[in-house]
Design a protein around this ligand. Structure first.
Ligand SMILES: [Zn+2]
Length: 127
């Protein structure tokens, strides 16, 4: 770096450092804000938690041979794929993927909710 004084060099290094730290902070905030998971509640107790993220697939059954819900997780979405409850409302609700959306199967007291794992006051911290 010809022609630069010592002070200039220090300044350049400082600016670079601040930029790198800033990028790092931004990335961690974005990662935390973009992470969601689904909670599955059965009869008022937390039955299962699943991540909602790209490339993740899972399917599981809640209940027995009768009185069941089959829940499907695909990437960032979750739904009830099959159930033998009388009104089928839980299936009609389709895919959900944004907090605080939820699917309720009233007859079997099953609730599936999307929750964000980021702290609720992220906005305040950023500002
Ligand atoms: Zn149902």
């Amino acid at each position: 770096m010809v022609g630069m004084t010592r002070a200039d060099k220090v300044l350049v290094v400082l600016v670079l450092l601040i930029a790198i730290v800033g990028i790092g902070l931004n990335m961690s905030i974005v990662a935390a804000g973009g992470e969601q998971k689904a909670e599955i509640w059965v009869e008022g107790t937390l039955y299962k938690m699943v991540p909602l993220k790209e490339g993740y697939k899972q399917e599981f059954r809640i209940g027995g041979d009768s009185h069941y819900d089959i829940v499907e997780v695909q990437d960032t979405r979750i739904r009830v794929r099959e159930a033998d409850c009388p009104n089928q409302d839980c299936i009609k609700m389709g895919w959900i993927q944004h907090a605080p959306q939820q699917i309720v199967c009233l007859p079997y007291r099953i609730v599936i909710k999307v929750v964000s794992s980021a702290p609720t006051d992220t906005d305040t911290i950023v500002r």
